[in-house]
Ligand binder design. Structure first.
Ligand SMILES: Cc1cc2nc3c(=O)[nH]c(=O)nc-3n(C[C@H](O)[C@H](O)[C@H](O)COP(=O)(O)OP(=O)(O)OC[C@H]3O[C@@H](n4cnc5c(N)ncnc54)[C@H](O)[C@@H]3O)c2cc1C
Length: 396
C-alpha cells in the first residue's frame, strides 16, 4: 500500500530521531536482548514525551496529537526496527485511555499527568489462577466499607509489578450478579498495607512476572473508575487496545535482519548458511509471511480509518503476528544450533566481559525464543482467537 506523503515523511522523521536520540547503551541492550531496568524504559519514554510522541495517540484534549491507528503503528514500527525498548503499555496504552474515557474529572486530574511522565509505573492486575482466558471467572473480592473497598484476592502473571506504584485491577463487587456484571475497575496503590508481591522466575530466567496478594487492602472509593459493576466494559475496551498493538512488525523486521547476520556468520562446509538452498527457501517463506502480516495490518488500519470495527481482523492479526515472531525466533535457534550453539546466560547481563563462544547476540536469541512463547498466550491466546474466528466465520 502506498503511504500518503505526510505519513512517509513522518516515518522517516521517526527513523532519523531514533538514530540521533535513542541512547546507545539502551539500544545495545535491546539488540543483544539483555536485561533492561526500569530506568532504561523511563529514560527513553521521557525522551519520546519531550518530543511529543509518547502519547501521540491520545486526543489533543489530554496532551496527545490525536494520531490515527495507522500513524501510531508506523511510529512504533520505526521505533522497534531501530532497537527501541518496548514502550511499556500499562500506563500510556492501557489505563490512561480508560481513565480519560471513563474516569471522572478528579481522576483525570490526579492520574493522567504522572502516568504520562512515568512518575507512576502501572501494573495490570487482571489474571488470576482460574481467570486467564476465562477472565470473567475472577474471584478477587472488593467489599464496600464506608468510603473504602476492602479487597482480598490473588493476582498472577502481573508483569513488572516489582517496579509498579499502582495496579489497575479487576475485582468482583457483586458475587450474586452474572459473572460479567459483578466486576469493577479499581486503582490500587501497591504500597498499601496488605499488598505483597512475589516474583515468578520465567522460562528465560528473568523475574519480571509476579504474583500479587491482596489481603484486606483498603482502597478509597474514589479509586473506582466508572460505574461499580461496569468494569467488564472498561476491561474489554482495554483488551481491544492491547490487541491492536500486537502486530510487532518493526520487531519482526529487526529479528529478520539479525537472522540474516547469523546466516552470514555460520558456515556449513565451504559456504555460509545464507548460501544454502534450505535456508534460502526458509528465508523466502518468512519474508512472505512478514509481507502478509503487513498487508493484514494495512487492511485493519484502513478499516479503522473508515470508522469500522476491526473485529475479526484484530483476532487474525494477533494469531499471524504471534506465529511469525515465533517462527523467526525458531529460525534463529535452528541457525545457531548448526553453528554449535552455546547458551551463555551471562551474556544477557550488560557489561559482562566473558569471551563470546557464539556469534554476538546468540544468547539473546535464545532468550527471545524462550520469551517468545508469550506471543500466543497473552492478550488473548491463539486458541481463543481461533474460537472467535470459527464462531464468526463458520458459525461453530
Ligand atoms: C509473560 C506474560 C506476561 C503477562 N502479563 C500479564 C499482566 O501484566 N497482567 C495480567 O493480568 N495478565 C498477564 N498475563 C496473563 C495472560 O493474560 C494469561 O496468561 C492469558 O490470558 C492466558 O490465561 P492462562 O495463563 O490462565 O491460561 P488458560 O486460560 O488456563 O489457558 C491454558 C491453555 O488452554 C487454552 N484455552 C483456554 N480456554 C480455551 C478455550 N475456550 N478453547 C480452546 N483453548 C482454550 C489456552 O489457549 C491455553 O493454551 C501474562 C502472561 C504471560 C505469559
Amino acid at each position: 500500500m502506498e503511504l500518503a506523503r505526510d505519513l512517509s515523511d513522518f516515518r522517516d522523521e521517526v527513523a532519523e530521531f531514533c538514530k540521533t536520540r535513542l541512547p546507545a547503551d539502551i539500544r545495545s541492550k535491546v539488540l543483544l536482548n539483555q536485561h533492561l531496568d526500569k530506568t532504561d524504559f523511563v529514560r527513553w519514554m521521557r525522551i519520546l514525551q519531550e518530543k511529543g510522541w509518547l502519547i501521540g495517540h491520545w486526543p489533543q484534549e489530554y496532551g496527545g496529537q490525536g494520531w490515527s491507528h495507522l500513524k501510531r503503528w508506523l511510529f512504533e514500527n520505526e521505533l522497534y526496527r531501530a532497537g527501541s525498548p518496548w514502550l511499556a503499555p500499562f500506563g500510556i496504552t492501557y489505563v490512561g485511555p480508560v481513565i480519560y474515557n471513563f474516569g471522572n474529572d478528579a481522576q483525570k486530574r490526579r492520574w493522567l499527568e504522572p502516568t504520562i511522565s512515568h512518575d507512576i509505573w502501572w501494573a495490570q492486575g487482571y489474571s488470576e489462577r482460574s481467570a486467564g482466558s476465562d477472565l470473567a471467572n475472577l474471584q478477587t473480592r472488593a467489599v464496600r466499607d464506608g468510603d473504602h473497598y476492602v479487597v482480598s484476592g490473588h493476582k498472577i502473571w502481573t508483569s513488572m509489578a516489582q517496579w509498579a506504584d499502582m495496579m489497575f485491577t479487576l475485582v468482583r463487587t457483586d458475587p450474586d450478579a452474572k459473572p460479567q456484571c459483578g466486576i469493577s475497575f479499581l486503582l490500587i496503590d501497591l504500597k498499601s498495607p496488605g499488598v505483597s508481591i512475589r516474583p515468578i522466575k520465567s522460562i528465560n530466567l528473568v523475574e519480571d512476572l509476579n504474583e500479587v496478594f491482596l489481603d484486606e487492602v483498603r482502597v478509597p472509593v474514589e479509586n473506582l473508575v466508572g460505574e461499580e459493576g461496569g468494569g467488564w466494559t472498561y476491561a474489554k475496551f482495554l483488551l481491544d487496545n492491547e490487541r491492536l498493538i500486537s502486530a510487532e512488525v518493526g520487531k519482526a523486521q529487526r529479528l529478520m535482519a539479525q537472522l540474516r547476520f547469523f546466516l552470514s556468520e555460520i558456515r556449513q562446509g565451504s559456504v555460509t548458511l545464507a548460501e544454502t538452498q534450505a535456508w534460502r527457501q526458509r528465508m523466502g517463506e518468512l519474508e512472505l509471511k512478514l509481507m502478509s502480516l503487513v498487508s493484514l495490518c494495512n487492511r485493519m488500519f484502513s478499516e479503522l480509518e473508515m470508522g469500522n470495527d476491526p473485529g475479526l481482523s484484530a483476532s487474525m492479526l494477533k494469531i499471524v503476528s504471534a506465529e511469525l515472531l515465533q517462527a523467526i525466533s525458531g529460525a534463529h535457534v535452528d541457525a545457531l544450533s548448526q553453528g554449535g550453539l552455546s547458551f551463555q546466560a551471562e551474556a544477557l547481563v550488560p557489561g559482562d566481559s566473558a569471551p563470546l563462544v557464539s556469534p554476538e547476540g546468540a544468547a539473546g536469541a535464545v532468550g527471545e525464543y524462550l520469551f517468545g512463547r508469550v506471543y500466543s498466550i497473552w492478550g488473548g491466546s491463539s486458541e481463543v482467537q481461533k474460537n472467535i474466528l470459527a464462531k464468526a466465520v463458520l458459525g461453530l
